[in-house]
Design a protein around this ligand. Structure first.
Ligand code: WQD
Length: 347
C-alpha cells in the first residue's frame, strides 16, 4: 500500500458516510473512518465489510477531540479528507442551536487545523442545499444562486463552514476545497446491508413513510397541501444515497488532479423535482400496499420547492445520477424491512 492512499472519512459510519466508504473501497481507496457512533451503530461497519468483503479501518473518536484526532493524523498519511461528521436535523437545530454550533463548527475547525499541520490539501466538505434557503425566483438552483439567510441553525452552520473553508482557501494555505451541496438523500444500498438508521423519531420523509408502512408509526402526515406546486405539496430533489456516494468518489478524484489552492461548490442532486405525494405514490407502487396518510398543516421552515441544476457536476466531475426515485424508494423499503426483521430476531 503506498502511504498516501488513505482517505480520512469523518462520520464514516453514518448514513451518507457509510455508503461513501463502500464506493471508496470499491474504487481502490483506503478509507479511515473516524466516528464516535453518536448517530450510528457498529453493525453498520459489519454491513460495509460484508459488501466490500474486506475489513474496514475505524477509530471511535469524537471529531472535536483534538488530541484524539492528532493521533489519527500521526498514524496515517492522508491523501484527502471527506468531512461528514455533523448534526443534521433541521428541527432539532432550532430547539438546540448551541449543540449544533458547538459540534458542527468545532469538528470542522479541528479537522482543518490538523489538515494544515499535516499538509493534507484535498478537502471535501458535506454541505447542503439548505444554504440556498427558499429560492425567490425559480425552484431550480445553480451554484451561483444566492445563498439566502438560513432557515435553521443547522443551515447556518453549513453556511458558516463554507465561509471558513472559503477564507482558508483565500489565505496562503495550499488547501483545495470542494463543497458538495446535497439535496434530499434517500434510499439504501441495494444489498440492504447498510442504510439510514431507523432508530428513534425519524427526521426525514422516507423513514416516516417506511416506518408508517410497517406500523411502527400510526399515520404519515403530509405537511401542507396548499403550496403553489404541481399537486399542492412541497417539491424536493430526492437523490439515491448511492448516487450521492459516487459523487464523492468522483469529487475526490477531481480534487487530487487539480493544482493550486481553490474553493469550489457543486450541487449534487438528480436535477428533477418530485413532490411529497409523488414519493407516497411511488412507495405504494413499489411496496404494492396502501400507505396510511393524511394532510396536515404546513411545517414551519419548509421550503415550498427546490431542486438542483446539475450541469456543473456533469461538466467538472463527469458525474450524474444513475438510479431512479423508484430504485431509491424500493431500496429504502427493503432496508427498513430487513433492519426490523433482524432487530426483532435479535431482541
Ligand atoms: C421533505 C418534505 C416536509 C416528513 C432535508 C434535510 C436537510 C437537507 C435537505 C441534507 C418536506 C415533508 C416530511 C413528514 C412530510 N439535507 N414531510 N411529512 O426538510 O427537505 O431537509 O433535506 O443536508 O438536512 O433535513 O427534508 O425529508 O424532512 O422533508 O410531509 O412526516 O417532506 O414537509 O416538504 P427537508 P424532509
Amino acid at each position: 500500500m503506498t502511504q498516501n492512499e488513505y482517505i480520512l472519512v469523518t462520520g464514516g459510519a453514518g448514513y451518507i458516510g457509510s455508503h461513501t466508504v463502500v464506493e471508496l473501497i470499491q474504487n481502490g481507496k483506503t478509507p479511515v473512518i473516524v466516528d464516535d457512533f453518536r448517530n450510528a451503530v457498529p453493525s453498520i461497519l459489519t454491513g460495509i465489510e460484508k459488501i466490500v468483503e474486506q475489513s474496514v479501518i475505524c477509530h471511535q473518536i469524537d471529531v472535536c477531540d483534538h488530541q484524539a484526532m492528532l493521533s489519527v493524523f500521526e498514524k496515517y498519511n492522508f491523501e484527502g479528507i471527506i468531512h461528514f461528521a455533523a448534526y443534521k436535523a433541521v428541527g432539532e437545530s432550532v430547539q438546540e442551536p448551541l449543540k449544533y454550533y458547538n459540534n458542527n463548527l468545532r469538528g470542522l475547525l479541528v479537522c482543518l487545523t490538523l489538515a494544515e499541520e499535516f499538509e493534507v490539501h484535498n478537502f471535501l466538505f458535506s454541505s447542503s442545499c439548505t444554504v440556498y434557503g427558499s429560492p425567490e425566483n425559480s425552484p431550480v438552483v445553480t451554484e451561483e444562486s444566492p445563498v439566502l439567510e438560513a432557515s435553521s441553525p443547522y443551515g447556518a452552520t453549513k453556511q458558516m463552514c463554507e465561509r471558513i473553508l472559503s477564507d482558508l482557501s483565500n489565505s496562503d494555505s495550499k488547501i483545495k476545497v470542494l463543497n458538495l451541496r446535497y439535496f434530499n438523500p434517500i434510499g439504501a444500498h441495494s444489498s440492504s446491508l447498510i442504510g439510514e438508521l431507523p432508530t428513534g423519531e425519524p427526521n426525514n420523509l422516507l423513514p416516516y413513510v417506511t416506518q408508517t408502512a410497517l406500523g411502527i408509526l400510526d399515520e404519515l402526515t403530509v405537511y401542507g397541501n396548499d403550496y403553489n406546486t404541481v399537486d399542492g405539496t412541497c417539491v424536493r430533489d430526492f437523490i439515491h444515497v448511492s448516487d450521492l456516494a459516487d459523487a464523492h468518489v468522483k469529487g475526490l478524484d477531481w480534487l487530487t488532479k487539480q493544482t493550486g489552492s481553490f474553493n469550489e461548490v457543486i450541487n449534487v442532486g438528480t436535477g428533477e423535482g418530485a413532490s411529497v405525494l409523488e414519493i407516497i405514490h411511488t412507495f405504494e407502487k413499489v411496496s404494492n400496499q396502501q400507505l396510511n396518510w393524511k394532510f396536515g398543516e404546513r411545517r414551519t421552515g419548509d421550503v415550498e420547492q427546490i431542486y438542483a441544476d446539475v450541469a456543473k457536476a456533469k461538466k467538472l466531475l463527469n458525474w450524474s445520477t444513475e438510479r431512479s426515485m423508484e430504485d431509491a424508494v424500493r431500496d429504502a423499503w427493503n432496508w427498513e424491512q430487513k433492519w426490523r426483521n433482524e432487530t426483532t430476531d435479535n431482541s
